[in-house]
Design a protein around this ligand. Sequence first.
Ligand SMILES: Nc1ncnc2c1ncn2[C@@H]1O[C@H](COP(=O)(O)OP(=O)(O)O)[C@@H](O)[C@H]1O
Ligand SMILES: Cc1ncc(COP(=O)(O)O)c(N)n1
Length: 268
Amino acid sequence: MKQIPCALTIAGTDPSGGAGIQADLKTFQELAVYGMSVITSVVAQNTTGVQNVHHIPIEMIKEQMQSVFSDMPVHSLKTGMIANESMMRVIVEQLSKTDAYYVMDPVMVATSGDPLIAEEARDFLKEQLLPLATVVTPNIPEAEFITGQKIHDINDLKAAASEIVEKHGARAALVKGGHLEGDAVDYLYDGNTIHTFHSKRFDTTSTHGTGCTYSAAITAYLSKGFPLYEAVNKAKQFVTAAIKHSFPLGAGNGPTNHWGIREERVEQ
Ligand SMILES: Nc1ncnc2c1ncn2[C@@H]1O[C@H](COP(=O)(O)OP(=O)(O)O)[C@@H](O)[C@H]1O
Ligand SMILES: Cc1ncc(COP(=O)(O)O)c(N)n1
């Protein structure tokens, strides 16, 4: 029988459906990957921001991971919002026991500006989780935190991607230029080469969950066996279509369209 690609997300929730676990599972489903989830925090949030957060007890996060890993194949996994150091510790423990590809989205602050992880957990994330990543996918503020350097332009983006691998120990780094002006350009450094992923910028405020969706698509393509460069290239097309076909839902930063890639195929 053909092997079913199986991917796991370990992250927080978004009841309004644009980011977090919900965005990840929608993305896995859209890419015909069997999706699984371990919830770290239940977040009351929507397009306008975060209203409240309830953290799942550590023991329960551990048990969810055991339920999955003791019974199911996990070909790739991603982490998103991991709110504090105790959660990070149990996740590191589990990650050291699997050889699944690991996509780390170093989520720190929501698009709305609300913090999603404790300030004091950031160093642990950088020092203990990052070196385990097959690829880490920081946006500009996250890359600035990891490198300790300000990013003003695309040369700084490229330098940050190299530094995150050479100095901080990730196997590869994809630094996203979504927060710069001009075209939406991201750089992947895999230890050998800097690759560029380019799209035009769409004039939209519907960017809630773009980072989650992008990293989930990379995770999905890795579970299907694509090499990293191919996985990121295809995921960039997926997130670009999701932004291009997004809808003005909610009063704040709207969600993306997780079936946007299907609309592209119809238009061709
Ligand atoms: N307005 C836009 N038009 C096209 N692509 C965008 C736009 N905003 C962000 N992107 C792309 O969306 C992806 C997510 O990037 P970014 O917004 O930087 O991440 P995050 O959601 O983590 O802050 C990247 O590929 C980025 O280049
Ligand atoms: C649970 C959760 N995880 C992550 C994000 C970040 O979203 P974005 O992709 O817009 O940075 C979020 N808003 N909520």
